[in-house]
Design a protein around this ligand. Structure first.
Ligand SMILES: [Zn+2]
Length: 421
């Protein structure tokens, strides 16, 4: 066996070829090959094209063969925003929200993020890892091959380092690629609240101690801040992200979710990799994002789960020329889903994105926001063979069948990590 695999018979092979982030009209270009085939060698894509052509290649004749029987093949989803490590669900708060309590009211009563912090600090690393591993299997079962994971439910030195170390361990012990982000600035922890300079002292702990420690141990690539009412101000966010930059952690930002704080502009100013949420952006923010290389990552699962009606203005962002990505925001409080196909359904019906735009936003543009677009996010020669096969004939059926998982096969580096049968 020479470690080659020939995949044939894709009714549509979505290559997404092209090597720049997709803006405006280009966002919907899928590079479809009908009756497509892929030749994989040593985990990398060696050839892409119509089945009739690829199967004639000398290297293809020696390869192991998989006929996908008229299904759709696309790049594996890149989920660029998750809070992977947490101890339990917050189903009790879900019920309170349905009965009328707002997310912020629950947070003020010690629920919300602080509730997850309390539970995480009490949990063993083994329990946290087990829960994350189970979730990663479900991510794979929905076609996802790369997951960004944020800390932020620890909020003290030991617990934050514990979460980031688990990212590293999980990256080695299971097949989905984990991209680690330090989100020590999620909210101010309880022990720093109620003191005169509590929040400032916590920011000092992050910038003076935790960020250098995280960087010295290679525990994260990115640094993120939740900049919003009830979390961190724009000035505090700037302090934390600037400290991250000094230690080579690229900025990301939770921006303009509950209130407009100017965080999106800050993200552009700091050349952040992404700014995420954006429900409250205004026209000048959209213009600034459109002129920048900062990815506008939209998280419609969050608004859906909270029952909110104001989704991010995806159409305006796309039409202005911003680089739009989609992610699940998998977390126990506001978006407990691992299903990127469900996010595509929400992007189509609530954000008015077309199925093609949604697919590119959840693959190539998301890979770009994680700095991995040269290796991931499209099916082209030389790229890693990360792909998903869906039990549909037309790619539009992936979001069309909402709440139903039509993923049939998922591969990471040419290895099967999920098979429906
Ligand atoms: Zn988030």
């Amino acid at each position: 066996m020479d470690n080659s695999l020939l995949i044939t018979g894709a009714s549509q092979l979505l290559t997404l070829h092209g090597n720049t982030p997709r803006r405006g009209k280009v966002l919907s270009q899928l590079g479809i090959i009908e009756d497509g085939a892929l030749l994989i060698h040593e985990g990398q894509i060696a050839a892409v094209g119509p089945t009739a052509k690829v199967e004639k290649l000398a290297a293809a004749r020696k390869a192991e063969k998989v006929d996908v029987g008229g299904r759709v093949v696309l790049p594996g989803f890149v989920d660029s925003h998750t809070h992977l490590i947490h101890a339990t669900s917050r189903a009790e708060e879900y019920e309170l929200k349905i009965q009328g309590a707002s997310y912020e009211e629950i947070a003020r009563k010690g629920g919300g993020i602080l509730n997850s912090v309390q539970k995480l600090r009490a949990a063993t690393g083994q329990l946290l890892k087990q829960r994350a591993r189970a979730a990663l299997e479900v991510f794979a079962a929905h076609g996802t091959t790369t997951v960004e994971a944020k800390s932020g439910y620890g909020l003290d030195v030991a617990s934050e380092l514990k979460i980031l170390s688990l990212h590293k361990e999980l990256g080695v012990q299971q097949p989905i690629e984990i991209v680690s982000t330090f989100l020590g600035a999620h909210v101010v922890p309880l022990e720093f609240r109620g003191k005169a300079n509590g929040p400032e002292e916590y920011v000092k702990l992050l910038t003076g101690w935790l960020i250098p420690e995280v960087a010295a141990n290679g525990l994260a690539e990115f640094c993120d801040v939740f900049c919003d009412r009830g979390a961190f101000s724009r000035a505090q966010a700037k302090q934390v992200l600037a400290a991250g930059v000094r230690y080579k952690l690229r900025p990301r930002l939770h921006a303009e979710q509950l209130t407009r704080t100017g965080a999106a502009r800050l993200a552009v100013e700091l050349q952040a990799a992404s700014c995420d949420h954006l429900e409250q952006v205004i026209a000048s923010d959209i213009r600034a994002l459109a002129k920048s290389n900062t990815v506008a990552s939209l998280l419609p699962g969050c608004d859906f789960h909270l029952g909110l009606h104001q989704y991010a203005p995806a159409r305006k962002l796309i039409d202005a020329g911003a680089i739009v990505a989609l992610a699940t925001d998998y977390n126990p409080g506001t978006s407990p889903t691992t299903s990127m196909p469900m996010i595509l359904s929400l992007a189509c019906t609530q954000l008015r994105m077309t199925p093609a735009e949604a697919i590119v936003a959840a693959t190539y543009n998301a890979a770009y926001s994680l700095g991995r677009q040269k290796r991931l996010g499209s099916l082209e020669v030389g790229k890693q063979a990360d792909l998903a096969v869906f039990e549909v004939e037309d790619y539009r059926e992936i979001p069309y069948y909402f709440g139903v998982n039509t993923c049939w096969l998922t591969m990471k580096s040419g290895n099967v990590i999920y098979a429906a049968v």
